[in-house]
Ligand binder design. Structure first.
Ligand code: HEC
Length: 125
């Protein structure tokens, strides 16, 4: 009987303390590409990691163009075919994986980062 009480109180304690554990889902921060005061987006630390996680599986040297591997990504997309700094939103590197298209997609936050990077002059920074 004593053992039962102990087990019961452990279960009750478990319910009390374990019952309200929260899993915080941190929302993606979406930056505003039209904000002239937006902090500089870095190609190497912010754009390349997107390519590495979502694109390089198909876009690598000798496979589907453009080659988006970290060492070649900048030179591959630094052309008028992929990047248009006078009309950033029309850049193929932005439109092709846009969150509304049928190709592999950027998340909303990733798309905003890419657009901001192009708007800021598509630098190799
Ligand atoms: C599952 C394989 C796959 C993944 C992953 C993938 N792509 Fe593609 N991508 C393709 C294929 C296949 C094509 C060519 C067919 C087409 O245009 O839809 C293509 C075409 C493109 C083009 C147009 C190329 C041109 O010169 O016309 C761009 C730009 C592009 N992808 C960017 C990306 C980016 C950026 C990512 C990551 C967010 C990505 N792709 C992820 C398979 C992939």
């Amino acid at each position: 009987m004593k053992a039962l009480k102990i087990i019961l109180s452990i279960v009750v304690m478990g319910l009390i303390f374990g019952g309200c554990a929260y899993n915080f889902i941190t929302e993606e921060e979406v930056i505003d590409p039209s904000d002239p005061d937006a902090p500089d987006v870095s190609f190497s630390t912010e754009i390349v990691p997107i390519f590495s996680s979502k694109c390089v599986a198909c876009h690598y040297a000798g496979n589907q163009m453009p080659d988006l591997s970290p060492e070649n990504a900048y030179s591959s997309i630094n052309s008028s075919r992929y990047v248009n700094t006078s009309d950033p939103a029309s850049s193929l590197i932005y439109t092709k994986p846009s969150p509304t298209g049928s190709h592999v997609k950027y998340s909303e936050a990733e798309a905003a980062l890419v657009l901001t990077w192009i708007t800021q002059g598509a630098q190799n920074n």
